[in-house]
Design a protein around this ligand. Structure first.
Ligand code: DSN
Length: 423
């Protein structure tokens, strides 16, 4: 059952309590490889589930539009201070509701509608909010997009520079959602400086790796850094914008009153807890292990003949092109899920297929690392992965079910904060 238990939900809304408990069990039993997901600690869960949700606090500590902020102000100040200390930045705004609103606030702080903005294309590994055509960032701005090289699968910095000098964007986003390689922040900073643009590092995927010293930091290169708090950073669902002192008030004004009303104080408290956890020495061990596990998993998958975009990984994430295996990303992801291995189907660079039925899958190791899996488990995960794909190609549901049972058996040995067997 879910931990902490939910006896009051069970009494007043048994149907919902059952769904919560079953989701906790599902998270316990599966090998969860979605690279943007994780397991938060019980302390983060507790903080997120408090009476802080009852309070309105529009404004910032010391400057609120509602009374009764005696305890909310120090909570938000704690979160800000811990973010500043952990990442070594001048300023941190911990109020954005999530990554997309955070990035919209960045546009609001630096751009006017119609301005030119630049980011990595979604099919190449960027994020929707980095100027993708169907989003506000693509519709309200003149968006130019860079990609990766066809031969290496890596960001083409020559293309970025040429495009930036030709188009002169107001902002350049680096970072994304399907980038398996180290982001070269100094190179992006040099390009932004030459083009007269402000560099925004979206570190949502790698924030935990940066905090734990397992990926270079953008601090000192990008004056503005946006991130979610729930991926490798292992906090609640939320976001932060960090910056140099110079940009602090423009960013604060963009978040509130520009885009948002009252901050979600229960989330702010849980972010503060997660940031304190990320400052502990064990967190650096976790971050290093995430990367070691991803490398071991990538090597094992390559050993089974799978094709990985860029040939491998430097971080927590692996992007796989399944074209040569004769299966689309979506049927593969669905079969793997039935086999107890959860990931998401994903476009790969230059994908000839549509985003809702793409050629690839995206996987990563933050969640399984939190559960305690290590390099020695990765060959088995890769073998199950291969077996499940083969079974899917042969419509062999019995084999898929057998793998699911074996996965459940393995994961039963790795405790999960948030779930415990019923007493
Ligand atoms: N949805 C997130 C991810 O899975 O990477 C990005 O916003």
């Amino acid at each position: 059952m879910h931990q902490p238990p939910v006896p009051n939900v069970a009494r007043t809304d048994p149907e919902l309590a059952e769904l919560i408990n079953e989701e906790a069990r599902r998270q316990f039993e599966k090998i969860r490889l979605i690279p943007s997901e994780n397991y938060v600690s019980l302390a983060v869960l507790e903080a997120a589930g408090t009476v802080l949700t009852n309070k309105y606090s529009e404004g910032y500590p010391g400057r609120r539009y509602y009374e009764g902020q005696q305890f909310i102000d120090p909570i938000e100040r704690l979160a800000q201070e811990r973010a500043r200390d952990l990442f070594g930045v001048d300023h941190a705004n911990v109020q954005p509701y999530s990554g997309s609103p955070a990035n919209l606030a960045v546009y609001m702080a630096f751009c006017q509608p119609g301005d030119t903005v630049m980011g990595m294309g979604l099919p190449a590994g960027g994020h929707l909010t980095h100027g993708a055509p169907p989003t506000a960032s693509g519709k309200w701005f003149r968006s130019v997009q860079y990609g990766v090289r066809r031969d290496t699968g890596r960001v083409d910095l020559d293309e970025v520079r040429d495009l930036a000098l030709k188009e002169r964007p107001k902002v350049i986003f680096c970072g994304g959602t399907a980038i398996p390689r180290t982001i070269d922040f100094p190179a992006f900073a040099a390009i932004a400086a030459e083009a007269g643009a402000t560099l925004i590092a979206d570190i949502a995927h790698i924030a935990g790796l940066i905090a734990g010293g397992a990926h270079p930091s953008p601090v000192g290169h990008a004056p503005v850094i946006s991130t979610t708090t729930h991926k490798t950073l292992r906090g609640p669902r939320g976001a932060m914008i960090m910056s140099t002192a110079e940009h602090a008030s423009a960013l604060d004004r963009a978040v509130f009153p520009g885009l948002q009303g009252g901050p979600h104080n229960h989330t702010t408290a849980a972010i503060a807890v997660a940031l304190a956890e990320a400052a502990q020495p064990e967190f650096a061990g976790y971050a290093r292990q995430v990367v070691a596990n991803a490398r071991a998993l990538a090597d094992a998958l390559l050993g089974h003949g799978f094709e990985l975009v860029s040939g491998g990984t430097d971080n927590h994430l692996i992007l796989m092109d399944l074209t040569s295996r004769g299966i689309g990303g979506k049927p593969a992801a669905k079969a793997l899920d039935r086999a107890g291995i959860e990931l998401n189907y994903n476009t790969v660079p230059f994908d000839p297929r549509k985003p809702f039925d793409p050629s690839g899958v995206r996987l990563g190791t933050p969640a399984i690392t939190t559960r305690g899996l290590r390099e020695e488990h990765m060959p088995q995960v890769a073998a199950w992965f291969d077996d499940a794909i083969m079974a899917a190609l042969k419509d062999d549901e019995a084999a898929i079910e057998r793998i699911g049972g074996e996965v459940r058996e393995l994961m039963a040995g790795f405790p999960m904060a948030g779930w415990a067997p019923a007493a």
